[in-house]
Design a protein around this ligand. Structure first.
Ligand code: ADP
Ligand code: ADP
Length: 226
């Protein structure tokens, strides 16, 4: 699913964000990426989503080497992954179901399929009664459920989450983690950057720790701290 071979990322200003990183993440895995601020976590996500290119080494996502990808193929490939952010990033003037439907409208899916998928996915994340609500009338946890629904409605193989519980209280965070768990059990690979020690310790999943651009720990059933 994801493979990094000897990947380094040096930004134009000389910052070394990733330093000879190699790692492999298989289909269906649930992986936490942890590390201090500035460690290189966001850069790792940006390499996977084609927002940045590696300076050295190779990045493979779903068998495709991103370094060798033609620019006009990037949008097509991005649809194979869903991304969820800390600040939800919903469209404020669209309802919950319109936010989710929009992700399918941009790829020109048929109307009937959109209707069915949106309903199914809102059900999956536990939001059926709120389909017509605008984001401003939803709680943080509900907004994140909408964002997750939008990220998975096109059935990506990979779901990336960048601090998805960073703006949520502990109880809501646990509920949101249950949603990710359910999606993972359906076969989607989940890669989650987080600072939430309680959640990482509770889940007992694979933990990759990055420090100074290097992978300093990779445990199959790890906690937040080693
Ligand atoms: P994290 O997500 O773990 O906080 P980042 O990947 O954002 O870490 O950053 C890793 C390093 O790369 C930091 O030293 C940061 O200052 C630097 N960096 C990140 N993005 C850029 C950029 N666009 N230009 C220059 N330096 C950057
Ligand atoms: P479900 O599991 O929700 O019933 P399926 O994936 O089985 O949905 O698809 C149902 C129908 O929709 C099939 O005829 C399938 O070919 C079609 N379909 C699935 N995905 C797409 C898509 N992205 N665009 C257009 N049609 C699709």
């Amino acid at each position: 699913m994801i493979e990094l071979k000897n990947v380094s990322k040096v930004y134009d200003n000389g910052s070394i964000a990733l330093d000879h990183v190699s790692l492999h993440i298989g289909k269906g895995e649930f992986v936490f990426v942890v590390g201090a601020s500035g460690a290189g976590k966001s850069t790792l996500i940006k390499l996977l989503s084609y927002e940045e290119l590696p300076s050295r080494g190779s990045v493979f996502v779903n068998g495709i080497e991103v370094n060798k990808l033609a620019k006009n193929r990037v949008p097509y490939l991005r649809r194979k992954m869903g991304i969820v952010f800390q600040d939800f990033r919903l469209l404020p003037n669209k309802t919950a179901q319109e936010n989710v439907a929009f992700a399918m409208e941009v790829i020109e899916a048929p109307r009937r399929l959109i209707r069915r998928r949106v309903r199914d996915v809102l059900d999956l994340v536990g939001l059926v009664g709120k389909a017509d609500a605008l984001p401003k009338n939803l709680s943080g946890g509900e907004q994140q459920r909408v964002a997750i629904a939008r990220a998975i409605v096109n059935r990506p193989l990979l779901l990336i989450a960048d601090e998805p519980t960073g703006n949520l209280d502990p109880e809501t965070s646990r509920d949101i983690m249950e949603v990710f768990k359910k999606i993972n059990h359906m076969g989607t690979t989940v890669l989650m950057v987080t600072h939430d020690k309680t959640l990482v310790d509770m889940m007992n999943k694979r933990v990759i720790e990055i420090d100074g651009g290097k992978v300093v720990r990779d445990e199959q059933k790890g906690g937040y701290d080693d």
